[in-house]
Design a protein around this ligand. Sequence first.
Ligand code: IPM
Ligand code: MG
Length: 372
Amino acid sequence: MEKERKIAVLPGDGVGPEIVEEGVKVLKQAGEQFGYRFHLHFGWIGGCAIDRLKQPLPQETLRICMDADAILLGAVGGPRWDRNPPEHRPEKALLSLRKELELFANLRPAKRFPGLENSSSLRAEVLKGVDLLVVRELTGGIYFGAKFTEETPQGLQATDTLVYREDEVERILRRAFELARGRRNRVTSVDKANVLESSRLWRRVAERVAREYPDVELEHMLVDNCAMQMIRRPASFDVIVTENMFGDILSDEAAILTGSIGMLPSASLGGGNRGLYEPVHGSAPDIAGEGVANPAAVILSVAMMFRHSFDDEEAARAIEASVTQVLNSGARTMDVAAVGDLALSTDQFGDRVVEELKKHPREPRVPVEAMM
Ligand code: IPM
Ligand code: MG
């Protein structure tokens, strides 16, 4: 029996459409091999939605997302909309989608891929064995607190508020501990407890949750120190759990460990199986439309979709292994190619991944007789 799944596909702006096309190629191939029937629903989001429908997250897009089992997103934003007021910026769409769907847990794995050791600005020996997961809180903190600008006698004054409730902290920590159990059983909880009240609450909750996971080791680390240790001894980290803005910053730093931000996938999850899958990189307007963007991050995000929304580790691993094999063969997009390498275009890279994927065994089909 084929498994039916509804997927919202939101290509967005800049390189979004061209990389998502490769993600969809891989999604369809994996679906065929692993026994799925996918229903894809395309929607506008970000700048292109502002241009067409005057809103970054149109009602219809939100509706297809609410109705979907999983969402595949490219990227939003670009210089064209940079001067728009906050409610009419492309980024607003992402923030609203995360909030509306209560996708509070953002998973950003950063792993060393073979052959990319020399594409990072860090020395290959520092990067040996890097395999970490940033678990970023995604629906709270300074991103969502009250913000306003007011006149004062000394001039304009702007306020952003960083608020965390205990239950919000608890659920993200719990998720981090659970994830650590499937990995190397280590959680680094990152905060700024020497200065911030919200971080002191975070630390207390972390201590309390940790007692329920005696098999997982918890360490606390201040965010400034963490930023340093991540490039000093990155291989020593397993799961890094942190609040929204620290996670935003640290996950870009983690991208350097993989060689290119074009390699970093992400999953944003809530309480159920529905998830939003997107590359960590942005819309890269400078290279949009040229067919040179690296589609690996979105393809690896599709792998995460199989793992977290469809609970299908086998398909997820097959996609990840296919990306690794393509890289192993020396095939590269421009961002990770060495000088003198022949760089593949976005769709050539996607095609190569599909070819590799086809070599993975199909799920054994139940013979018709056996079903009667
Ligand atoms: C990210 C991005 C977003 C964020 C922006 C585009 C709003 O940087 O997903 O990391 O800050 O969360
Ligand atoms: Mg970011």
